[in-house]
Design a protein around this ligand. Sequence first.
Ligand code: SER
Length: 609
Amino acid sequence: MNVLTACELRSKYINFFVSKNHAQIQGKSLLPENDPTVLFTTAGMHPLVPYLLGEEHPAGKRLVNFQKCIRTGDIDSVGDKSHLTFFEMLGNWSLGDYFKEEAIKMSFEFLTSPQWLNIPLEKLGITVFQGEGNIPKDDESAAIWKSLGISENRISYLPREDNFWGPAGATGPCGPDSEMFYYTGDAPCSADCKPGCSCNNWLEIWNDVFMQYNKNADGEYEALKRKCVDTGMGIERTVTVLNGKSSVYDTVIFQPIIAAIENASLCKYTGSDNIDTDRSIRIIADHIRSAVFILGDPKAVSPSNVGAGYVLRRLIRRAVRHGKKLLKSSSGEGINLSVIARVVIDNFKETYPELEENISFIINELDKEEAKFMETLQKGEHEFEKLLPNLLKDPRKIMSGRLAFKLYDTYGFPIELTEELASESGMSVNKDEFDEAFKKHQELSRSQSGQSFKGGLGDQGEMAVKYHSATHLLHKALKMILGDKAAQKGSNITAERLRFDFILDRAMTADEIKKTEDIVNEQIKKDLPIFMETMSIEDAKAAGAIALFGEKYESMVKVYTVGNSNEDFFAKEVCGGPHAERTGALGIFKIQKEQSSSAGVRRIRAVLE
Ligand code: SER
């Protein structure tokens, strides 16, 4: 069999859909603009949400692209055959153009036609939505698949958990989907072996989502004004199965990275799920690839203790830890992350030139974080050694979980390493006690800082939501101080800060900055409610809502008001949300920087403390 590379799959997919009148559009940043609901772009549909909800797309109604994505919800499963934190997704989109019939026919043609992927029919299985409440069973999709030659006994009808997609964050477009599976064994195990069969050989490679609903902030499913199609084909998985491999790590996508790790560690990779060194090598390969893409992104963040920066820190530190583990079973000199990172960059720079453009930033940040973590580890080990003589006095040879937690809390020393050091001295750690202390600490720090990092993506980033509300207050305050002309030009929110671009042809004075800050803090102190109403764009403007110039709005829009009522309010703006419930939750607003952004445009960076 010929090897199908990621590059070939990408170009086949794009060419196929271009031949079906789709316009190719660019994939977007891994760090979503102005979307407080997620930390990273988690699916190809993510940057397209406004268009799936009704915005016109400048490139038309039929689009195709590939998109870099990060999902860390399953980070603990990385190391098995298939889980990845970074992956690439191919997608074709209909924005109120074709729906089920054409979408499924095109999917079928791309998968089975000898000119495209040429997958034999008996290797394909399908799932469709079984229905729930008001949303009917998707007999329509099943009938289309059958008309194309898929037999009924290869079609599974599954519940919401399997066949209803989205939204990507807490709110947004969603709908029933139909998924395409590839049989990874020799041939289906029985006449009615289908996805979900206990033989466990069906692997999902593609997903056609029929976007019909918008889940709103109240958790209700509203019908979308125009139906859309969102599809996603995972590049890594598809390359894996089409090359007859059983693991993503055995493909051309990962081989060079794994070879570099083998070289540096002098550990041999055998491709087994059950061997510790193999798992560590996979984890290092995956995590460094993700870190390189985050650091190489045009909107890169640095490792930190919050938001996307925290995920990045975890990825890098976990890679370092597994690097250290590998060295225990080899005579290697040690893995320098940046050496592996260079291999990742070399392998992906043709498709993602930003990696090459940002190479020095990527390498610097990796080196710095690695050094910082090494220092942490050394301190932790030193502290542990100081504790050891006392610990050994315990006849049960159990180290208390509270002490292990102290090492973690004071020195950032990971529990796994405490356990390792303890076991080297014939001791164990009271893990339940540690977990308890850890949980208490998490709850405490969450309620203290009001920040939510729940590990999974798709969690509503509480901090980002607050920054979104602070942005409305700032926008209004600027207009009060500088006049109505100080309109918004751009806005970017992370869990750490807001950035706001607005029209002004000179620098603000120190006095103006101070006054702006004071106005915002006054509104926070008043603990004003923030409420939302839906109305026509004309009514919104008549009611005094700020709408963005040049922005296309639907006829009905959401308007967020900061104030006690429509007669007595501070700010009113046309906006998709979400927002904090009251201004009192925001904290203290501080402008850190005011500088030029481009000709006639100023940029403010502000934080909530
Ligand atoms: N949004 C869907 C998915 O992630 C299809 O693109 O599977």
